[in-house]
Structure formats: structure tokens, C-alpha cells
Design a protein around this ligand. Structure first.
Ligand code: 5AD
Ligand code: SF4
Length: 659
């Protein structure tokens, strides 16, 4: 039965939507949902099917002291297929892909970076803007052609596109065998197993010579979507229970996070804000918060495997709150909880009692209970929900990074209201002032850096509205800003109710203008850093250094550098269509294993400040460069480039010297 809180939440979302309807002068109460009304379909077997993995026989306790080892499994009828997994979109999708990969590896699948030769091709998709979807359609078109030659391959669409388009996606692209929404990823091993077995029975894999290829393709269709139940309270708890298992069963191993030693941890799922342009509340469902104990334990396990930097993820991450004791299953397990609405600006969430873990509490607990995490960040923040309690915790806990990503979306109050953002420009700028008054301390090497998001060309945006957005950028002084052209998304309120009336050419012009404005601001922000000394977390060799060295050259010191993707079996990530102005390049995450050869000139390394600014630095004479990697090193900034800073080491105290 749905709890009172859950019912209240559902009423809230329904009424907030009808409020939006009224705002645009429409009387309809229930908006059109983008997905067709079905829940989970397809047969979902246990992850390990008998013919891939024989069932484990439960051994009775033996009276003999040395237990008999279980008999070896019979040989598989065909080798486990190899999987190519490509990720589109945000950090949340990157994390989902990592978890999916872990769960599939656990049942024996191998991953490959070679799409052409993979037996299974999976796309973890993003629907936030149309261009990210177009890339997936084009990949699927290529797969359709490949499938003429290799009918046995299995193609799966995961994530937001699967949820949004539902079975229409298969109708448009019959090459797709698996559809799995972001709320159903825990079911993927079962879906894939079914699809693979269907394929192997009809066509077999390349190495399976006993089976003939089919003359007529039979469908291996497997579908798991939440459909329009994704926001319904009654089904939410059950769905969340199993989805939570995906995060809980995260396989943590040192090589997953490599030398960058950084990892994402989800704290909330979904979103309740219903910004009128955004598909996320429909594709990812209602906002749900994970139990703090689960989150802290996950951070501990990551720290034990060598991770030193953790980024907490949520669509509105600072809206986190958990009410203890209110949502416990029969087995006594705490369930994740739905979010409730409140405005920030206060010292503590006014609804929070003694049984509540607020976002500020959670940050402090992770900081204190997992001291080996040197850097704790969080994205993405919602401006309206930011209480001073969070700013105080950030100020008083030295390993919480002074970095905020708080999208403004527009500098015009009229547009913000049409977007249903729930704040004015004045309130937004007031928040930035508040945040800076707590956290901007360049004199002690701890400046606050702020990143933003802006949408240009939202319906009805005039030149005057746009001029106000330029004004906002100038006042906000972001370190960098992601600038997007408005992309009408079917199923959203803006798509249904407001014509996309800003011509593409005008959107493009405004986009370029804002990029230029932000680049000037970013350069000025960077110049302000010159002369200051900051802690820089060294991630690996700089791009310049990598270009100088070729992987096949061998040297004296073997080292895997900057191993965000340490082997070629990691999922590849393809960004959406964000145009990022300012220092947000990602040049130190490189897929390479090589040796650092002693060279006459200094070895240049790259790292990031706590504010996510890239810094290049030469290893000082006599210091082994590899001993700096994975460390926070004090660096004096001496110069800047458009997208990065240059510095010199001032405190090589604990670093290994070369002989
Ligand atoms: N069109 C353009 N940009 C969008 N965003 C979300 N939805 C849309 C859309 N329909 C942008 C917002 C958000 C970021 C993740 O994507 O700026 O903060
Ligand atoms: Fe989308 Fe708004 Fe939620 Fe962000 S806060 S995910 S823009 S609905």
C-alpha cells in the first residue's frame, strides 16, 4: 500500500502539472505521457538461464571437514557473446553503464570496444535533446545493414530513448531486439539472456558451426519499461526496491576506476521539477532518494578499492532528504524515498526533524565516515533548494570541493516562468552571492568555482530576453557554462503547448554569441587564479606529454596513466550536443597504457583543482612523475590558457624522489 507521503507526492505532481496547464491557459488536467501505457513486458527469467549457467546445487552441510568441491559446469554450447556498450548523455548514464557492465560481467559476458565484431550491441541513450537521439538512430541504421550479414547479432536500446519511445522504437527500427528503460536496468541480464538464447536457437553465433543461419529472421524481442507507471506511487516502491539492488550490487574493483581514482555515486533518481522543456521527469520517473546507509557503504567500498574522488549524482542533487523509519519493508530493509518540495535559503530544511537525513547531513556523514575520500563533489544542483546548511557544511569540511554546478537556464524572468523553474533571476543571483560569501576564499587557496547551463531560443524568447541572459552571464561569472539550443522534446509541456517559434538561425546566432561572452568571462576568471596556490589532484600525463610518447615505446618505468578507461572494454561515452564555453575540456582522460621514459625535459602532468579547473604542471627535477599521480599537490598558478592553467609545484614533500 502506498504510504501517505507517496500519495501526497503523486497528488503534488498531478496538481503541479495542472497548475502548469493553467499557466499556459489550458484546461486539460492529465497531460499526454510520452510512452504507451504498459508496464514490464516480455518474459524476464532469472539472470542465469539453465543452458548458459547450470543451476547451482545447494550442498548439504558436510560432516567431513574438507568440503567436496562442486562439479565443474558442463561446457557451454557456444561461447559467451561479446558486448559493445556505448553511452550517450550525462554522468547518470555513465554510472548506469558502469553498473550494467558490472552486472553483465558477473554472469560471464565479455566486453569489447569493437562494435563491428561484437555479438551484442547496446546503446545507453539520452533523450534530453534531439541531436543525442539522432546519433543513436544513425547507429541503429548501421546495425540494420550489418545484421543483413550477421543476423545473429543482438541489438539493445537502453535508457531514456527506450523509455520515451517505447515500442514505437522497435516499429521504426525492427533491428532492435531489447528495449530497457533506465528504471529497469536491473532486469537487463535476464532480457539479454533471453534474446541471446533466441538468437542462438535461430542463428547461432559466428563460432557455432552446428547451427545453421535462419533464412527468415525471428524476433528476439525483450522489453522492460516502466511506461506511465514510472510516476505512480503504488508501483514505485516495488520498482525501486529492485532497482536499488543494481546500485547495491555494484562490483567495485580497483581497475574500474584506474589511476584517476574517481567514481560516481547515485544519491537520488528521477526528478519532480517538471521544467516545461525537459523529458527527464518522464523518462527517469519520480524523484527517489537512496537510504544514507547504502550511499555511505558504497563510498566506503569505493574508497577501499582506491577511489579518492567521489561525485554524488542526482538530477536535483541538493534536494536529497531521507526520513528514517518511515519506509521499511517486511524484511526490515529501508526503502528509498520520494522527494518533497521546499524552498531553500533557510538554515535547515524546515520539514526536517530528528529522524531526517538532509543533504547537508549526508555530505557531512560521508566526509567524516570516509576520510580517505580526498574530494567529494556533487552535481547537479537546483538553485531554489539550496539551504545555508549545505553551504556551511561545505565551508567547514575541508574535503568537500568548493564547486557548484547550478543551471540558471535563462536570464529573463518571463522565460524562467514559462520554463517553470520556480525562481527569478534576482533569487538566482542572490543564491550565487550567498554561496560566494560562504565559500569563495582565494586567499587560502580555496576559491569557489561555479558552472552553469543556459538554454537559448526557448519559445517566444526575444532579443530583449536574450540580452538579459547575456547580463546574467556577466554577473554570474561562471568558470564555464554549457549552452544549449532549445530542442523541442515530444511529451514535454513546452512541446505540447508552445510553438517552437525561434528560428534555427536565430538560435544558432544566440548560441555563438553566448559562447563568445562566456569565453571572455572564463579567461578573466582564469587570470584571477594567477599568483594563487591551490591543491591540484594530479590525474596523469598531460595531453602534450601523451602526444610526445608512443604506446609502443618501452621505457624504464611502467605505468598506466590516467586510466578513466584503462582497458578497451570500457563503455565509450559520447557527449550530447552541449557547447561548453570555458574550461571544461577533458584532456587528461586518455585510454593508454605506456611507459614514462626518462627524458631530458621535464615531464608535464595534468590535474584538477577542487573547482574542476584543469592545471598543467611539470614534475620538478628529482621527483618521480608517477609518484605525483593520484595525489593532491600544492601548485602555484603562473599562467593561464583559454581552457586551463599552468603552475609549478610548491610543496613536493611526500613525493618519491628519483635516483
Ligand atoms: N532543449 C535544450 N536543452 C535542454 N536541456 C534540458 N532539456 C533541454 C531541451 N529540451 C538542458 C538544460 C539542462 C541540461 C542537462 O540540458 O540546460 O540543465
Ligand atoms: Fe529536467 Fe528541470 Fe528536472 Fe533538471 S530540474 S532534470 S531540467 S525537469
Amino acid at each position: 500500500m502506498a504510504s501517505l507521503g507517496e500519495v501526497a507526492e503523486w497528488r503534488l505532481s498531478a496538481s503541479s502539472k495542472s497548475h502548469l496547464w493553467a499557466m499556459f491557459g489550458f484546461t486539460s488536467q492529465i497531460p499526454h505521457l510520452p510512452t504507451s501505457p504498459f508496464a514490464i513486458r516480455g518474459t524476464i527469467p532469472a539472470p542465469c538461464s539453465p543452458n548458459l549457467h547450470p543451476p547451482r546445487v545447494q550442498q548439504a552441510p558436510s560432516v567431513v571437514s574438507t568440503p567436496t568441491p562442486p562439479p565443474p559446469p558442463p561446457p557451454r554450447p557456444y561461447p559467451m557473446p561479446s558486448i559493445y556498450l556505448e553511452t550517450f548523455g550525462c554522468q547518470m548514464n555513465e554510472l548506469d553503464s558502469e553498473l550494467v557492465m558490472g552486472s553483465l560481467k558477473a554472469v560471464g559476458y565479455a566486453f569489447t570496444a569493437d562494435r563491428e565484431r561484437a555479438d551484442v550491441v547496446l546503446y545507453n541513450t539520452c533523450s534530453v535533446r534531439e541531436r543525442a537521439e539522432q546519433k543513436v538512430w544513425s547507429r541503429l541504421g548501421q546495425d540494420r545493414l550489418r545484421k543483413l550479414d550477421r543476423p545473429e547479432i543482438v541489438v539493445g536500446v537502453l535508457g531514456c530513448m527506450a523509455e520515451r519511445d517505447g515500442e514505437d522504437l522497435i516499429k521504426r527500427m525492427p533491428v532492435v531486439d531489447i528495449l530497457c528503460g533506465p528504471g529497469e536496468l536491473d532486469k537487463l541480464p535476464g532480457l539479454l539472456d533471453n534474446a541471446v538464447r533466441t538468437r542462438s536457437m535461430t542463428g547461432g553465433f559466428a563460432t557455432d558451426t552446428n547451427l545453421t543461419r535462419p533464412t527468415v529472421m525471428t524476433s528476439a524481442r525483450q522489453v522492460a519499461l516502466q511506461g506511465n507507471t514510472s510516476r505512480r506511487s503504488a508501483t514505485l516502491a516495488a520498482a525501486e526496491d529492485t532497482l536499488e539492488l543494481l546500485d547495491l550490487s555494484r562490483a567495485v574493483s580497483p581497475e574500474d576506476h584506474g589511476m584517476t581514482r574517481s567514481a560516481y555515486v547515485r544519491i537520488t533518481r528521477g526528478c519532480n521539477k517538471f521544467c516545461t522543456y525537459c523529458v527527464v521527469p518522464f523518462t527517469r520517473g519520480a524523484e527517489v532518494h537512496r537510504p544514507p546507509r547504502h550511499i555511505i557503504d558504497e563510498c566506503k567500498r569505493l574508497a577501499q578499492s582506491g577511489v579518492v574522488e567521489i561525485t554524488l549524482l542526482g538530477q536535483t542533487v541538493n534536494h536529497y532528504r531521507f526520513e528514517h523509519g518511515s519506509s521499511v519493508t517486511i524484511g526490515g530493509v529501508m526503502q528509498p524515498q520520494k522527494g518533497r518540495s521546499y524552498k531553500g535559503g533557510h538554515t535547515r530544511d524546515p520539514f526536517a526533524g530528528a529522524q531526517t537525513t538532509t543533504f547537508a547531513d549526508l555530505l557531512a556523514q560521508i566526509h567524516d565516515e570516509v576520510p580517505s575520500i580526498q574530494r567529494l563533489r556533487f552535481v547537479t544542483s537546483y538553485p531554489r533548494d539550496f539551504g545555508d546548511d549545505v553551504l556551511e557544511v561545505m565551508r567547514d569540511h575541508p574535503r568537500i570541493c568548493r564547486y557548484l554546478h547550478v543551471p540558471a537556464q535563462s536570464g529573463s524572468n518571463r522565460i524562467l516562468s514559462m520554463m517553470n523553474r520556480g525562481y527569478t533571476v534576482e533569487e538566482y543571483l542572490d543564491f550565487l552571492d550567498r554561496a560566494r560569501s560562504f565559500l569563495h576564499q582565494p586567499q587560502i587557496g580555496r576559491p569557489l568555482t561555479i558552472a552553469g547551463d543556459i538554454i537559448v531560443g526557448f519559445p517566444t524568447e526575444t532579443d530583449e530576453d536574450f540580452a538579459l541572459t547575456i547580463g546574467l552571464l556577466e554577473q554570474a561569472r561562471y568558470k564555464n557554462c554549457f549552452i544549449f539550443k532549445y530542442s523541442p522534446r515530444p511529451g514535454t509541456i513546452a512541446f505540447d503547448k508552445i510553438a517552437d517559434d525561434v528560428p534555427e538561425e536565430v538560435k544558432r546566432r544566440r548560441n555563438n554569441k553566448l559562447l563568445a561572452v562566456q569565453n571572455t568571462i572564463s579567461a578573466a576568471v582564469s587570470r584571477d587564479f594567477i599568483g594563487t596556490t591551490m591543491g591540484v589532484f594530479i590525474e596523469g600525463l598531460s595531453e602534450r606529454e601523451l602526444k610526445k610518447r608512443r604506446p609502443e615505446r618501452t621505457g624504464l618505468i611502467g605505468l598506466t596513466i590516467s586510466a578513466k578507461r584503462p582497458d578497451d572494454a570500457k563503455p565509450t561515452s559520447t557527449d550530447g550536443d552541449a557547447c561548453c564555453a570555458g574550461a571544461c575540456e577533458d584532456d587528461s582522460h586518455t585510454l593508454t597504457t605506456m611507459a614514462i621514459e626518462p627524458v631530458a625535459t621535464a615531464v608535464q602532468l595534468s590535474g584538477r583543482t577542487e573547482g574542476d579547473v584543469i592545471v598543467h604542471v611539470d614534475a620538478p627535477p628529482g621527483i618521480a612523475p608517477e609518484s605525483m599521480i593520484g595525489q593532491v599537490v600544492q601548485i602555484r598558478i603562473t599562467d593561464c590558457r583559454p581552457l586551463s592553467l599552468i603552475g609549478e609545484v610548491v610543496e613536493p614533500v611526500s613525493l618519491t624522489t628519483t635516483h
